[in-house]
Write a new protein. Structure first.
Length: 437
């Protein structure tokens, strides 16, 4: 893991999860049957990321004014069935040691934080940096104590219970002591890592319009892809050529280069230069090609090319990026799976980018090598309780036998374990979790 990277997300009591942990690798692949809880796990990370920006909880999770829109299901949808609150946590790795954040948010009768704890490294060892006490519902406040490194009781004071307390901490204390400076650093590092989570959800029909040439940081839907690539064409010739080469590998017809056309008003739109066949504007390009370009551009530019918004400190994050993509294979031919995975690996190495994807693609699963399997997480539903479970692929009983039977994609689609003549163990549960029937 790189410095200041998100190591795990704790789904303590969130949607269909109770007491589960999503451990993250440089490349994390979340697999499982439909309705197993994969999207719910991603939503947990999304909620933490939105709260890290210091917004009011309700506004952050239910706002319809932002491009991202409300979190799936809104606030009420975050709460496990039969509960009145939800709880999440995460760990960020740093060169000095891990930082842990855990928060519980009540939804009824008032939306407010009822418990929050931040722990991390200090000059005197790993310490609680922020610990909340009982909230004051009538005042909208919650008291919390913070680490200052002095002997005796830590100082405390009121915080707004409608916002993440950690996001308020850097503005709440001055940093007069080494301990307070450690506390501020821990809070800012956690906030920076969470605010660098970017959920990419390319919508091809939105990419077929002219956009202002200055609109260069890719948004969630990649609707401004033309502006982003226009900037790359002007300022980064090697990267632009790399995109063209990747696109040539995707198509089965001649592509001379990418072009960026301009309207009379100076707005820009992507086009394919297909040599003797002329220019094909974005409005006529295939969904798969536009989606691939959005993913490739996001991976290759890293945090500098994405609209990550502003952190609570008002600065665009420059730390390692966490790029989240659901159904990475959508719009792509199965033969391109290995090329896309190679691109993901390169981005992880070159741009300090963690990538978290979900997939149902057997071709993509088969393109994973043994090193990638450490980052494959199987999401499933417990038959009795209905809660979602997360298990590393390599920890499943039956994993060694499955890998001996062939590539992972073949095992899942063809039920290779089922076909073994000499099975000395019962792999029914392994087959069920991976959707083998």
């Amino acid at each position: 893991m790189t410095a200041q990277a998100i190591e795990e997300v704790r789904l303590t009591a969130f949607k269909s999860f109770r007491g589960e942990v999503l451990r993250l690798a440089p490349l994390t692949v979340l697999i499982g049957r439909n309705s197993s809880g994969k999207s719910n796990a991603l939503d947990g990370l999304e909620v933490l990321s939105r709260l890290s920006r210091g917004e009011d909880i309700t506004e952050a999770l239910e706002s319809r004014r932002s491009a991202a829109g409300p979190v799936r299901g809104g606030l009420a949808g975050c709460v496990p069935h039969g509960a009145g609150s939800f709880a999440l946590g995460c760990t960020v790795s740093t060169e000095y040691g891990p930082i842990h954040l855990d928060v519980t948010i009540q939804v009824e009768p008032e939306v407010q934080i009822v418990e929050e704890r931040l722990e991390g490294p200090t000059s005197s060892g790993h310490k609680p940096l922020l610990v909340s006490s009982e909230p004051s519902p009538d005042l909208g406040d919650i008291h919390a104590a913070w680490h200052n490194g002095k002997r005796g009781r830590n100082p405390s004071g009121p915080f707004r219970s409608s916002r993440l307390l950690t996001s308020q901490l850097p503005l709440r204390i001055i940093g007069e002591t080494d301990g307070e400076r450690d506390t501020i650093w821990g809070a800012e590092t956690m906030l920076s890592a969470l605010s660098a989570v970017f959920h990419l959800d390319p919508v091809p029909h939105l990419m077929r319009q002219y956009v202002p040439s200055r609109d260069v940081h890719i948004r969630r839907t990649a609707e401004n892809l033309s502006g982003a690539i226009g900037r790359i064409e002007k300022s980064d010739t090697p990267l632009f050529r790399r995109l063209v080469e990747l696109l040539r590998g995707l198509a089965d017809h001649q592509i001379e280069t990418l072009a960026v056309t301009r309207s009379e008003l100076g707005d820009v739109m992507l086009a394919l230069n297909e040599g003797e066949y002329g220019l094909t504007p974005a409005r006529e390009m295939s969904d798969g090609m536009l989606r691939f370009l959005a993913i490739a551009t996001s991976l290759l530019t890293g945090g500098s090319g994405l609209d990550l918004g502003l952190s609570s400190s008002g600065q665009q994050s420059e730390n390692s990026l966490m790029l989240v993509i659901e159904e990475l294979e959508n719009g792509l031919h199965p033969s391109q799976a290995s090329e896309v995975l190679q691109l993901v690996r390169q981005a992880s190495e070159e741009n300090r980018t963690q990538v978290l994807i979900t997939t149902h693609s057997p071709a993509l699963l088969s393109a994973l090598d043994s090193r990638d399997h450490e980052g494959v997480v199987v999401c499933s539903r417990d038959r009795e309780s209905g809660t979602s479970r997360l298990t590393r692929l390599t920890e499943l009983d039956g994993y060694p036998a499955a890998m001996a039977a062939g590539p992972l994609g073949d095992v899942v689609t063809q039920g290779r374990l089922q076909g073994q003549e000499h099975r000395d163990r019962d792999y029914t549960e392994f087959d069920r979790l991976l959707g083998i029937g």
